[in-house]
Design a protein around this ligand. Structure first.
Ligand code: NAD
Length: 344
């Protein structure tokens, strides 16, 4: 029996990526949609073999209570709405997969974790790159010692946002600018490959005058994370430059480069060590389908997902500190115990 998902929000990600991906998943299927765009919902339902009764409005969300075939709800809405729907899902006893960023800030995200914990439902943050073989190979290269002692890392994720009306450029809906949307991949992946938490943060941002896109959020942001042992990582994110996504790790004996690092398909990893350069290849796998399957298996087995809500909280802790540093011009130290372990 496949685990049933209700998808909430039928925007670009749902239509172009999630619905096609779930059709190739082994353990999951979609059994309902929740949207204000009824026509779009009905058309999508028909396309996947569902009926009119499987499409709900946002106001009707609580009617999912009676749907025994809905095991989990997948929240794919603008960031400001994540918390409301995670809490509503928890209240009706449904497990929740929530898109990144988990919330609007660390406090918002912590409240979401608490709501799910007290309701006894699982919460997973949809960090697709942590379900990608190239990213695991990068992490393994760091942990196996193949690169020697790691000294420096850098990561870039930029893309152009050219619609001044986009919700991503409205602080009240997005919570921040490119940092919380695409820069979050740099923060999350740096933490993931190192398996460590930063101890301090330093950052600067640019918000140009006279560009209607950047009235509320930054255009570009540069940040530095200090990890234990003097290891330094740099990150760059922007909505002003053509799509680029990279991760580089520099060690005493070798280095690795992922370029591109964060696309849906076509991540490319190359490793350079004393033996020369190697570009490993991996069987193709769909990141979204992996996420659907992973969470489905966790639900069946009653086990914690690999990227739980706490993982989403931790990136917010770091991103809140990045914005604080950019605002104050000061290094922000993260308290001991504020790391991932504090939530485990
Ligand atoms: P989108 O703008 O394409 O879709 C947003 C959906 O929310 C639409 O169906 C819209 O009708 C609905 N909506 C409800 N209330 C709204 C409101 N007040 N304003 C605007 N839309 C409203 O967005 P998207 O690209 O699908 O992003 C949705 C979520 O998914 C975001 O949290 C985003 O960060 C995340 N996302 C993740 C990835 C990934 O690779 N994991 C990629 C893209 C988006």
């Amino acid at each position: 029996q496949r685990v049933g998902y209700a998808i909430v929000g039928l925007g670009q990600l749902t239509v172009d990526e999630l619905v096609p991906a779930v059709r190739t998943s082994e353990h999951a299927h979609v059994v309902a949609f929740v949207t204000s765009e009824t026509e779009k919902g009905l058309a999508l339902a028909r396309a996947v073999g569902l009926g009119e009764d499987d499409v709900y409005t946002y106001d009707d969300f609580e009617q999912l209570t009676g749907r025994k075939d809905v095991d989990a709800v997948y929240i794919v809405l603008p960031n400001a709405l994540h918390r409301e729907y995670v809490e509503r899902a928890a209240k009706i006893g449904k497990h929740v997969l929530c898109e990144k960023p988990l919330g609007m800030n660390a406090d918002d995200a912590r409240a979401m974790v608490e709501a799910c914990n007290s309701a006894g439902v699982l919460l997973m943050t949809a960090y697709r790159c942590q379900y990608t073989p190239e990213h695991w190979a990068a992490r393994d290269a760091v942990h196996s010692g193949k690169l020697g002692k790691v000294k420096l890392l850098d990561s870039i994720h930029v893309q152009v946002e050219d619609d001044p009306e986009a919700w991503r450029l409205k602080k009240e809906l997005a919570g921040g600018g490119p940092l919380v949307d695409v820069g979050i991949y740099c923060v999350n992946t740096l933490r993931f490959v190192l398996g460590q938490e930063p101890q301090w943060v330093f950052a600067a941002l640019h918000q140009p005058d006279g560009d209607p896109r950047f009235v509320e959020v930054e255009e570009s942001l540069s940040f530095m994370l200090g990890f234990p042992g003097g290891l330094i990582a740099n990150g760059l994110t922007s909505y002003g430059a053509r799509t680029t996504s990279t991760l580089r790790v520099l060690g005493e004996k070798g280095s690795l480069l992922m370029d591109p690092a964060f696309p849906y398909v076509g991540v490319r990893l190359s490793l350079t060590d004393e033996q020369g350069e190697l570009t490993p290849s991996f069987p193709s796998s769909d990141q979204f389908s992996q996420e659907f399957d992973h969470f489905a298996q966790c639900i069946r087995e009653g086990r914690r997902p690999w990227t739980p809500g706490e993982e989403g909280v931790q990136d917010h802790v770091v991103m809140d500190a990045i914005y604080e540093s950019a605002r104050t011009g000061q290094v922000v130290r993260l308290k001991t115990g504020q790391g991932k372990d504090a939530f485990r």
